[in-house]
Each structure stands twice: as structure tokens, then as C-alpha cells.
Write a protein that binds this ligand. Structure first.
Ligand SMILES: NC(=O)c1ccc[n+]([C@@H]2O[C@H](COP(=O)([O-])OP(=O)(O)OC[C@H]3O[C@@H](n4cnc5c(N)ncnc54)[C@H](OP(=O)(O)O)[C@@H]3O)[C@@H](O)[C@H]2O)c1
Length: 251
């Protein structure tokens, strides 16, 4: 794995595949959550699914950064920023979900594959380029701007996900119209927050690996936000007409 040539080839492969994934997802919505449907093979509880899917992103980056390189102050800060998201996503988010839903194993397997490749790219970026970040990097405009974006996206996603979670009381399983916070503007502020957050990561690390992750996040979440928005419109006759799918006033 410790080969810059392999690393560069994986970067090119991911850049080439992202538009393909985007176009496929415009026509085939991933069958989990409200789009769960038969014909995708065996399925397991979605809480376990989220845990298994996201675990490699936390674990592999931790392994690579702690055992394959010497951490500097700056790369330690990167490590902590990365794990801030993934600790929550792996150990807290899955167990906060309400409602009974299962997730196809094939979707989980694809997500594990993606998260493993992504973790390899993120981790080895620092193995190969970690020494290029001097201590002054923490005062650079890219780092400061990136942290502001990352924190903004983080708060948007967490708050939006919490609003969705609170729509269901104990034992409830159905869907309601989310209201308040950024839901007055868009149907999927959690996805918008996620995109902004990884945009912040790409900026604060100024890395191709960060850019690849941002592109893949958009390839996944833009089509899904459009699908969610259409679903809300057809499911709820009183769905707010001025609300957009993902970007306030635009999309
Ligand atoms: N970086 C990436 O590429 C990427 C990819 C996918 C997801 N994510 C992130 O992962 C998180 C979860 O994604 P997701 O696709 O599962 O989000 P989601 O479809 O918005 O669902 C999140 C949770 O809220 C529930 N929920 C959603 N809308 C609801 C409504 N109107 N009424 C009641 N409950 C509702 C869902 O229940 P059901 O499960 O029963 O629908 C689920 O438990 C988000 O923060 C997202 O940004 C990131």
C-alpha cells in the first residue's frame, strides 16, 4: 500500500468513477431509508449497518496515521478533526436512530468498500505529504477558512439530523414534514451540511484526497437530495412549495 504510484492510480480511478456514480444514482436511488425496497438481497438492522459501514473510515485512518507515520502537531490536528466526525458517526449516530428499518447487505458492502478506499487515500496523503505542513499551516488562510467551513457543515448536519430524529416518538416508524432551522429553505440540510463539511476538509488539508472525498460526497448526496425532495412533494400534499432540495433558493 505504501506506493505513491498505486496511490496516484487510486486517485485517478476515484475521479473517473465519481461521475459514473452520480449518473447512476440519478436514476437508481440507493435502497435504504425511505427508498428501502425488495430485490436487493438479505438485509440487516440499519443501526448495525451504519456502524459497520462507517467503522473503516475511522479505524483505517487511525491505523495509518498512528502506525505508518510520525505525527506532527499539524497532522495530529488533522487526525483529531477527522475523528471528531467519525467518532460521532460510528459510535453515536447509529444508536440514536429511531424507527425500525433494515438495510441491504449489498449497500453496506459497497459503503465499506468506499470508506476503506477513502480512508486509504486520506491516511496515505499524510504519509506521503505530511511533512509539507509546517507549524505555520495552522495560521494559513486555507486552514482557518477550512476549519470555519468544516465547523459550519458539522453543526448544520448534526442539528438537521437531530431534527429528523426527534420527528419520531418511541415506537414510531413513519415520516413527517421536518420544520425549523434550515428545513424552511431545503429538504436536505443534513446533506448540504455534509457537503460543506467535506469542502472544509479539502480546504484545510489542501489535498487531492480531500477533493476526491468532496466530489464523491456530492456524487452520492446531490442525487439523493433530489430524490428526497421529489418524495416529500408526492407524499405530502401540504409540503412547503418554496422549499428547495439542497441549496436554498436554487436547487
Ligand atoms: N458523505 C457521504 O457520502 C454520505 C452519504 C450518505 C449519508 N451521509 C450522511 O449520513 C447521515 C444519514 O444519511 P441518510 O441518507 O440516512 O439521511 P436521511 O434519509 O435524512 O435519514 C436520517 C434519519 O432520519 C430519519 N428520517 C429522515 N427523514 C425523516 C422524516 N421526514 N420523518 C421521520 N424520520 C425521518 C431516517 O429514517 P429512515 O431510515 O426510516 O428513513 C433516518 O433514521 C446524514 O448526516 C448524511 O449527510 C453521508
Amino acid at each position: 500500500m505504501n506506493s505513491p504510484v498505486l496511490y496516484q492510480n487510486v486517485i485517478w480511478m476515484m475521479l473517473a468513477l465519481a461521475p459514473v456514480v452520480f449518473f447512476v444514482l440519478l436514476f437508481v436511488t440507493a435502497p435504504y431509508g425511505r427508498f428501502s425496497r425488495g430485490g436487493w438481497g438479505p438485509a440487516i438492522d440499519n443501526r448495525l449497518g451504519w456502524f459497520v459501514m462507517e467503522f473503516p473510515a475511522s479505524l483505517l485512518v487511525a491505523y495509518i496515521m498512528l502506525f505508518e507515520m510520525d505525527l506532527s502537531v499539524v497532522t495530529l490536528v488533522f487526525f483529531l478533526i477527522w475523528q471528531l466526525h467519525y467518532f460521532h458517526r460510528v459510535f453515536i449516530y447509529p444508536f440514536s436512530l429511531r424507527g425500525t428499518r433494515s438495510m441491504p447487505v449489498v449497500i453496506i458492502a459497497m459503503a465499506v468498500l468506499f470508506n476503506s478506499i477513502n480512508a486509504y487515500l486520506i491516511g496515505y496523503h499524510f504519509v506521503f505529504h505530511g511533512d509539507q505542513y509546517g507549524p505555520g499551516w495552522l495560521k494559513s488562510p486555507a486552514f482557518i477558512g477550512g476549519v470555519i467551513l468544516y465547523a459550519t457543515g458539522y453543526v448544520m448536519t448534526k442539528r438537521s439530523d437531530a431534527i429528523l430524529r426527534d420527528l419520531r416518538g418511541p415506537g414510531e416508524d413513519g415520516y413527517k414534514i421536518p420544520r425549523g432551522f434550515l428545513y424552511q429553505y431545503v429538504s436536505c440540510p443534513n446533506y448540504l451540511g455534509e457537503i460543506i463539511q467535506w469542502g472544509g476538509w479539502a480546504l484545510l488539508t489542501w489535498s487531492t484526497a480531500g477533493l476526491v472525498f468532496l466530489i464523491w460526497t456530492m456524487a452520492n448526496l446531490v442525487p439523493r437530495a433530489i430524490a428526497h425532495h421529489k418524495w416529500y412533494g408526492t407524499t405530502f400534499p401540504d409540503y412547503p412549495a418554496q422549499r428547495k432540495a439542497l441549496v436554498p433558493f436554487l436547487i
